[in-house]
Design a protein around this ligand. Structure first.
Ligand SMILES: C[S@@+](CC[C@H](N)C(=O)[O-])C[C@H]1O[C@@H](n2cnc3c(N)ncnc32)[C@H](O)[C@@H]1O
Length: 370
């Protein structure tokens, strides 16, 4: 009995220590990214850098650089350059080791266009955790911490997380579903993208369907401003329009061939009203598509890594954002299919269908049938 208890304490303690390590190492990645240290190591290539070279090249402090490099090395994020004899390579001026990025690191840490980019995920969680004092207040007394308050770090990292997928995979994914592709390919098709953020999905839709007129809508003014800038930079301002509006305020009944909501319905405080507005906007032969997290069908304590990740983002970002609006449904990041089905039924849809689009980051595509 005593033995069993000891085992339980030890296992639980190990679990908490693993969480402390995860948190500390997440923070250490945010530090290295923010200081440009990973970029400097990547530039040095296989020759690597000493702490003093890293500090000199990035305008930072050598003592901190050394501590970070050693920590990154023991954590497995940075390697130590070996000389030909297998020894750690030092220099005459600096007898300590030289540090380098291991293979694969640059793709994950430094290539924003890569489908495997992960720095935005780090930045997003960090932006949420930085709101801890306000979160504690909300968790105790109600209310939330809105998207505007979480600030530019969250907006930027959200956009950066999904941009490579929209840029590289959205067109082919939609083309792979004939009944959706056919509607989007109609000459002069009108397409609305609700909760567009920085507009990358709207631009991807316009790219994939040049005959369509695409409108991106978001309630967040800085996001819409940035979306307009992104359209200008790509020379696409004539083909897309970005509007500041609440997705719940439908207009032009029966006008749209297609309406999309990409990873935004679970953030919207009034999802049933939004879906009802969408239903009113779309033509009788139009399509409504919601892309959201590919979470499990039901809650279970043995949830996989995706469930763990989505609950984490929910705690710090999506749920407090949603609950910052009084009367909110408070969906949270983990919007299971049954929850979406409930919202869709409440808004008058006849069915929710999972589309056969696999391998699209951590997302699932649903078609809501009118
Ligand atoms: C998680 S972000 C997703 C942004 C973008 N679709 C993407 O995939 O990167 C959710 C977006 O929904 C927007 N949003 C939330 N509530 C909204 C509403 N009622 N009407 C319009 N946009 C809304 C937010 O401002 C934010 O830009």
């Amino acid at each position: 009995m005593v033995q069993a208890m000891d085992d339980g304490v030890a296992a639980y303690s190990d679990r908490v220590v693993a969480a402390v390590l995860g948190y500390a190492e997440l923070a250490s990645i945010a530090l290295g990214d923010g200081l440009g240290w990973y970029a400097a190591l990547a530039e040095a290539g296989g020759a690597g850098l000493t702490p003093s070279e890293l500090a000199a090249g990035t305008g930072t402090q050598e003592r901190y650089a050394r501590e970070w490099l050693e920590q990154q090395s023991v954590a497995g994020f940075v390697g130590v350059v070996q000389d030909a004899g297998g020894e750690d390579a030092g220099t005459a001026q600096d007898a300590g080791p030289r540090f380098m990025l291991p293979p694969g690191a640059a793709e994950v840490l430094l290539h924003p266009d890569s489908l495997t980019t992960l720095i935005p995920m780090v930045r997003m969680l960090w932006a949420g955790v930085a709101q801890l004092p306000e979160l504690l207040q909300a968790y105790r007394h109600g209310g939330g911490v809105g998207w505007a308050q979480i600030g530019s770090e969250a907006r930027e990292s959200q956009a950066a997380c999904n941009k490579p997928w929209f840029d590289q995979r959205l067109g082919p994914a939609l083309a792979s579903v004939p009944e959706i592709h056919q509607v989007l390919s109609r000459e002069g098709a009108l397409i609305t993208d609700l909760g567009t953020g920085f507009g990358w999905s709207t631009l991807a839709l316009a790219n994939a369907y040049p005959g369509a007129a695409v409108v991106g809508i978001d309630i967040d003014e800085p996001s819409i401003e940035q979306a307009r800038k992104n359209a200008r930079r790509r020379g696409m301002e004539g083909r897309v329009t970005f509007r500041l509006a609440d997705a719940a305020d439908a207009e032009s009944p029966g006008s749209q061939d297609a309406v999309f909501i990409f990873e935004a319905l679970h953030d919207m405080p009034f999802p049933v009203q939004v879906l009802a507005a969408v239903r009113a906007m779309v033509k009788p032969d139009g399509v409504v598509v919601v892309m959201d997290e590919a979470v499990a069908d039901v809650f279970g304590p043995d949830g996989d890594e995706l469930e763990r990740l989505m609950y984490a983002y929910s705690l710090f970002i999506c749920l407090p954002d949603s609950l910052s609006t009084p009367g909110s449904a408070g969906t949270g990041t983990v919007m299971r299919q049954s929850v979406l089905e409930g919202y869709a039924a409440g808004a008058g849809y006849s069915a929710v269908e999972r589309l056969p689009i696999e391998d699209f980051s951590a997302f699932r595509f649903y078609r809501l049938h009118l």
